[in-house]
Design a protein around this ligand. Sequence first.
Ligand code: NI
Length: 395
Amino acid sequence: MTNKTYYDEAREIHDWITQLRRQLHRFPELMYEEVKTSELVRQTLDELGILYRHPMAKTGLVASLGNGQGPCVALRADMDALPIHEEADVSFRSEYDGKMHACGHDCHTAMLLGAARLLKQREAEINGTVKLIFQPAEEGGAGGQLMRDEGALQNPAVQRIFGLHVWPQLPTQSIGSRAGVFLAASAFLEMTVRGRGGHAAMPHLTIDPVSVAAKIISELQTIVSRELDPLDSGVVSIAAIHGGDACNVIPPEVRMKGTVRALSMDVLMHLQQRVREISHNIAEAHRCELEIAFPGNDYPPTVNDGECWNVAKELAAELNSDEQVAELPAVMGGEDFAYYTEEVPGCFVAIGVRNEEQGATFGLHHPKFKVDEDALPLGTALHVAFAMKSLNDLM
Ligand code: NI
């Protein structure tokens, strides 16, 4: 038997995987609310006769296959959706207004369920344990961290981990990733500039937070351009600004939101510190008060182990063809898979879902985001092949 067999087997259950994916797609749930999603996953595992530990991280679970002992390899999928109203032209469009699987986590969950089914068929050949991690709250809730803290990587100890993410820049049938840092360390940012509102015709009687907010925004742009080593990478983006509502009224405050990114925690922390200092000092110079916070979780960078990426690459080339394997540059997107790779060597791989003919060209988090479902069997086969090959390597 060759690794290619896994792809043949995955293609045989293409419809089954697609049905699951579409069902997940129709009922998207936001972070830590993945109740129905988790139920569907558990019901499918029950039907396959696969045992799992539940609940973990509120709605998450870890299924296990094999002999319950080492060596142990984990495969991971995230389950949460986004607060986006779907505009994609598909028959299985989201049935929940304002919620959508716009980051493909429905595909990730379905591909891993496909792997569960194939692995169950050959459970006798599993030399050790394969854990299937179905986690909540990737989109800012650090579900991966909570799963890790609740023991997803323990008993038996996971020695390698593998995860997939659909990638609309890559054509279907191809995959890509890189050794080392693949995805960024990231943090969210919220800021309120408080002045004193009043008549816009008499600015001297007000303390204008609008002009101060404008200064802060432009000044923050000098952190990356003037302070960061040009060979390091960083992003400071103010993505939302709200203040005032009339032509002739200076508002009392302006609220801003944004994000800070870097390829290492050191640089991320430095950027955060400088955003704080610059914003505070500008506000103070202009008699405003400033409140600034980095709410939620600072995701660490996702770092791929070179050996794991080699394994994934070779398998992908064997399943499909070498021409379909891309070495990608690092990306400033963040991903909580990082919490697993902080602890065990692993690999996060992009799987192509782009298909111009199908109109599957929109980016992640776009209301018209669409995937070419022909990618699903390849993802399932990669999961299975990565687990089986890694268990043999680790023996
Ligand atoms: Ni995602």
